[in-house]
Design a protein around this ligand. Sequence first.
Ligand SMILES: Nc1nc2c(c(=O)[nH]1)N[C@@H](CN(C=O)c1ccc(C(=O)N[C@@H](CCC(=O)O)C(=O)O)cc1)CN2
Length: 311
Amino acid sequence: MTTAATEETPRQRPPQESLATASGTDSGSKDIGRLIVQGTDQHGIVASISALLSEAGANIVSLDQHSSDPEGGQFFQRTVFSLPHLPARLEELREKLDARLTGELGLSWQLVEARQRKRVAVFVSKSDHCLLDLLWRQRRGELPMDIVMVVSNHPDLAKDVRPFGIPYFHVPASGGKVEAERRHLELLAGNVDLVVLARYMQIITEDFLEAVGVPVINIHHSFLPAFIGAGPYQKAKDRGVKLIGATAHYVTKDLDEGPIIEQDAIRVSHRDSAQDLARSGADVERRVLSRAVAAHCEDRILREGNTTVVF
Ligand SMILES: Nc1nc2c(c(=O)[nH]1)N[C@@H](CN(C=O)c1ccc(C(=O)N[C@@H](CCC(=O)O)C(=O)O)cc1)CN2
């Protein structure tokens, strides 16, 4: 049984508005595009992309590129460009990109409008700090995204979400994982571009990950690969570590083993209890998660097997 704390249906995509994102150069204006390219490295890719955009009348605003091996590995590039009347030019541009990048160079690519903000569902359990940090940063315009729903296996945080005017859906885990995930998929279907697990303490099944069709980002409260699974702060205390940290990663069926996006750490000492570690660690979790979500929403993350390239 799901109880909607504020609204019965997830919010639809809000009207687009221009937004100055954290990166500054990649504004949300309607004429800014992002071209993400990756594939087998070869001579002339950068020139081909630059020539194609130039021929279309685009001006390259920023460009990040990485080759995994100078002798021939994987190629990664993120190009931000401005092109007058971009929305009306998208189809023509995509046809040229398909012919040149896919047809001639065998590369994969994605062309997005910078103004298209990602629609995000945030999953939580009882810890509020990561959720509230995302809501607060979104409200301040620091994250180019729209949180369209919060989903939780507990009712506790409904009162904290209500002031933000965002739907809160309580989907109890007591009804079993299959039923809970069925309801999750019902809520998410076609309404979101990204799911963020903000200290959500339920293990996601492989079936869900295959069905949801969008990336899922988790914040794990340890510096992975240390202390995978539940209770990492107690494990850290028991091990007597002098650094603790947090890791944001894409979620895969293998618990806390997905591609790492962002990490950070702080010093601790023998004087800190496990509760002290959790308190200090919460700030690191919030910082790491917001950096990872910003990178994803600005299309700065490319996947290379079980790792990432983050521009
Ligand atoms: N398929 C995945 N699901 C989840 C991941 C992941 O990487 N892959 N990350 C976790 C978050 N997490 C640590 O960051 C975590 C959450 C919960 C547990 C856990 O063992 N929880 C319960 C069991 C709950 C259940 O059966 O679903 C427990 O405490 O026993 C460990 C790690 C989110 N999900």
